[in-house]
Design a binder for this molecule. Structure first.
Ligand code: BES
Ligand code: ZN
Ligand code: ZN
Length: 496
């Protein structure tokens, strides 16, 4: 973990372990402070650039070892690609690429030189750069021998842009909570039970000054949340329902309700999944983790919005008491759902949570769920699918997605799909075939929001990285969703 991130005017002492010099492709003429650095390094940088060893393609890195009296020990050239293609995602990727290389070579500190050529992008892209750099240092393991991984512990941003200090402060909070989501999602299901999830949410809330109420099975049943109870029946680990509230009662603020699917392990239940990659289903609580961590982060950043967080939390296992295909479940709203596949459990527990959200009369509901395999087929692993009944909120999310480097893409949701989720002997059914499967899942959710503006974010493709091939990812949880949500909430607060 990076302990210290600071801003400093570009001045060289010769004690720097490594100075990272980001460069755009085709703009490798060194100016001002980069030129000074080059002079200190006896033209090592400009000579390398002349030799064409370094093209500044996006993510390209070249580490130079120097031996000059007043210069740094190393210079790392970092390619940003063509300026006109540069965006927030690329900026995070570039930060991640530099960071991973420095980690691999056991550097403990780094100076990043935001010299003139890229100074004008500092304001806009510094946040994503720091985010990418910091997250690339993340690792998770549960091993007998607790070896401390080599990490960069100190980062210095050499720039005269004064507001970089605020950006750094903001970004530290964002990174802290993205890493928290990764920790929660990476924890295996023998440790991350619904009860543990509730404890984690409580302590996150306490630390951030957010109220938190945990409902146990008796309370959940008493409220009439038949879906949460029935889906969780097959596990010895009891259901929990987590309710968080930030800026409670501040009636002048926009009120956002965040709902997150938290299935601590999804075996598929009686409709059991095939074994391959089933381990990833320990992360089927990622939606809940995003909600809990985003609320805590919003509180730390003092965002002027009221937020209600609702997290239905169960484990989907096989047992003599498990819910079965053919069961008809009565949800919180009184509406019934026939179970055709016990593997389509997320939408069932969310039906309870979304209807319960109505009790708080929010201005908007956003739900996060690792809901469907189909969204991975449609959009891959870097873009989440959004569907909903509120175009204005989807537009805000689309823009927040670009800005956070956590993009979303809207899929169509209309009456045609709502027709497909109607039941024969119940109000609804929980599976409507393979066609448009992400959308029919969303359509079922839409039946429970009772006209409240609502957007569903399907994060089944983005919550997990199988190979860690994105520069700032490591194998396992990505923490996708926190930055997106914070950017969205900022826009809700600003009314645009
Ligand atoms: N948790 C899964 C969806 C999922 C798939 C998340 C891949 C992350 C990666 C969900 O509960 C599920 O099993 N969905 C099924 C539903 C189907 C049986 C109707 C799916 O999408 O395959
Ligand atoms: Zn499932
Ligand atoms: Zn699931």
């Amino acid at each position: 973990m990076i302990r210290s991130i600071v801003r400093q005017s570009p001045k060289f002492t010769g004690k720097e372990e490594v100075i990272v010099v980001p460069l755009f492709k085709g703009e490798t003429r060194l100016l001002s402070s980069a030129k000074k650095l080059d002079a200190l390094c006896r033209s090592a940088v400009s000579d390398t650039l002349k030799d064409n060893h370094f093209k500044a393609d996006a993510g390209e890195t070249l580490l130079l070892r120097l031996s000059v009296p007043k210069g740094p020990a190393h210079v790392l050239l970092l390619g940003l690609g063509p300026r006109k293609e540069f965006d927030y995602e690329q900026s995070a990727d570039a930060g991640g690429a530099a960071s991973k290389l420095l980690k691999r070579h056991r550097f403990s500190s780094a100076h990043i030189l935001f010299h003139d050529a890229i100074e004008n992008i500092v304001d806009e892209y510094l946040h994503s750069f720091i985010k990418g750099f910091s997250l690339a240092q993340y690792s998770f393991a549960i091993k007998a021998k607790k070896s401390k991984p080599n990490t960069v512990r100190k980062l210095v941003f050499m720039t005269d842009a004064k507001n970089a200090t605020d950006t750094i402060r903001h970004c530290k909070v964002v990174v802290e909570y993205i890493e928290k989501v990764r920790d929660l999602v990476n924890q295996p299901a023998n440790k991350m039970t619904p009860a543990r999830m509730a404890e984690e949410a409580s302590s996150l809330a306490k630390e951030a000054g957010v109220t938190c109420r945990i409902l146990k099975p008796k309370d959940i049943a008493k409220l009439g949340m038949g879906a949460v109870i029935d889906v969780g029946r097959g596990s010895h680990h009891e259901q929990r329902f987590i309710e968080m509230h930030y800026n409670k009662g501040k009636s002048k603020l926009p009120k956002v309700c965040l709902v997150g699917k938290a299935v601590t392990f999804d075996s598929g239940g009686i409709s059991i999944k095939p074994w391959s990659n089933m381990n990833e289903m320990k992360g089927d609580m990622a939606g809940g983790a995003v909600v809990a961590c985003s609320i805590a982060a919003a509180a730390k950043l003092k965002l002027p919005v009221e937020i209600v967080g609702l997290i239905p939390c169960v484990e989907n296992l096989l047992d003599g008491l498990s819910f079965r295909p053919g069961d008809i479940i009565t949800t919180y709203s009184g509406k019934t759902i026939e179970i055709l596949s016990t593997d389509a459990e997320g939408r069932v527990i969310l039906a309870d949570a979304l209807a319960y959200a109505g009790e708080f009369s929010p201005d908007v509901i956003i739900d996060y769920a690792t809901l469907t395999g189909a969204v991975v087929v449609a959009l891959g692993t870097r873009i989440a699918g959004i569907m909903g009944n509120s175009q204005s909120n989807m537009d805000l999310l689309l823009r927040a997605g670009e800005q956070s480097g956590e993009p979303v893409w809207q899929l169509p949701l209309d009456r045609r799909f709502s027709e497909m989720v109607k039941g024969d002997i119940s109000d609804y059914k929980n599976y409507s075939g393979r066609d448009g499967a992400s959308i029919t899942a969303a359509a079922l959710l839409g039946e429970f929001v009772d006209g409240t503006p609502w957007v569903h974010v399907d994060i089944a493709g983005t919550f997990w990285s199988e190979r860690g091939s994105v520069p700032y990812h490591s194998k396992g949880a990505t923490g996708y969703g926190v930055d997106l949500t914070l950017r969205y909430l900022e826009r809700v607060a600003a009314g645009s």
